[in-house]
Design a protein around this ligand. Structure first.
Ligand SMILES: Nc1ncnc2c1ncn2[C@@H]1O[C@H](COP(=O)(O)OP(=O)(O)OP(=O)(O)O)[C@@H](O)[C@H]1O
Ligand code: SF4
Ligand SMILES: [Mg+2]
Length: 321
């Protein structure tokens, strides 16, 4: 197996300063927000790599950089050996763009309400002058809907069905890689499982590779082969799924597991207390997790932990062993 996607020391900084005049009057410095910081990982062909982390940890930003919607500030992403941000050969860029598609969280916002489903699904192919005859009908059946649905409009479908339409459209150009950004978190729990099963089946049938973004560990456990845990834009731990679930090494990963819904002795859900996520504009020094970390020692606020390989796990914590 070879790596289809290589993310190499990826960093993305956003300028979130107030307008220039306000800054002058209020004597404010520029405000720079580091959404992604020095992240490296690889995704093998025909595997599912999941990124997990709390809100604001940089998951979507990484997804958008991978598909070429947002350029990196530093570092690089190679998809099939091509760096979309710097490649000058238009034919190569075009080929990679056709091989990689993205599915978003909100299946309604990403469907044009005035278009028939047939045109929505076939659009990526039609835009390139490809043959769209029978395409939407075939794809609708592949995602568990009916060929007759091609004549309908998005509002005639439920949330789960709309997400199936989004999946059909993503498949239209025959991609190899799909970046899925919280594809089921807007759906009812009962429907989530069906859509996830569909995505697993399609992966088998079509030999797809997924970058799967989620804040939900249950979903990630269901889908992923390998999992990367993000904290404030940094990768803090990465391991094959079972290794991560059996033996989480980073204190933040353990906290994520503890924060997953649990039952008390009376069958009620317990929400364990946990600290605030710090400000991404002024992140803590050293290990960014140190203000919340139950194991933090003096060194943690001073020195940023490097990624280290321990068995099959990569982890960035001074104390991990
Ligand atoms: N275009 C932008 N301009 C300024 N800041 C941005 C922009 N996009 C993202 N950010 C900031 O970057 C950080 C990471 O955002 P991102 O959307 O990648 O997080 P996320 O992990 O996907 O969160 P969520 O789980 O809420 O979707 C956040 O602090 C966010 O406010
Ligand atoms: S480096 Fe220190 S603060 Fe960071 S996770 Fe490890 S023990 Fe906690
Ligand atoms: Mg997001």
């Amino acid at each position: 197996m070879s790596a289809l996607i290589k993310v190499d020391h990826l960093t993305r900084i956003f300028d979130v300063s107030k307008p220039w005049l306000n800054r002058v009057i209020e004597r404010l410095p520029k405000a720079l927000l580091t959404a992604v910081s020095d992240v490296s990982f690889e995704i093998e062909e025909n595997s599912v790599y999941a990124l997990v982390g709390e809100s604001g940890s940089g998951k979507s930003t990484i997804g958008k950089i991978v598909v070429g919607l947002v350029p990196p500030s530093k570092g690089a992403v190679e998809v099939e050996g091509v760096d979309l941000a710097t490649e000058t050969d238009a034919a190569k860029v075009e080929a990679v763009r056709a091989d990689i598609q993205m599915i978003f969280q909100d299946p309604y916002a990403s469907l044009n309400p005035r278009w028939r489903v047939r045109d929505i699904i076939a659009e990526p192919v039609a835009a390139k002058g490809g043959d769209t005859k029978g395409l939407a009908e075939r794809l609708l059946e592949q995602v568990g809907l009916s060929a007759k649905d091609a004549d309908k409009y998005p509002h005639e479908f439920s949330g789960g069905q709309r997400q199936r339409i989004c999946i059909a459209r993503a498949l239209a150009s025959g991609p190899k890689i799909i970046v899925c950004d919280e594809p089921t978190s807007a759906l009812d729990v009962s429907v989530q499982a069906q859509v996830l099963n569909l995505m697993s089946d399609l992966r088998e049938e079509l030999g797809l590779t997924y970058l799967f973004i989620s804040h939900d560990l249950t979903v990630v456990h269901h889908m992923a082969d390998k999992i990367g845990v993000l904290y404030l834009g940094r990768l803090v731990e990465e391991a094959p799924r079972d290794t991560l679930f059996d033996d989480p090494k980073h204190p933040y990963t353990r906290m994520l597991f503890d924060a997953a819904p649990r039952m008390d002795a009376f069958g009620r859900e317990v929400e364990p207390p946990k600290g605030e996520i710090p400000d991404a504009i002024n992140p803590p020094t050293g290990c960014a997790f140190h203000p919340r970390c139950p194991l933090a020692v003096e060194r943690c606020s001073r020195e940023r932990p490097e990624m280290r390989q321990i068995g099959q796990t990569r982890v960035a914590c001074h104390l991990a062993e």
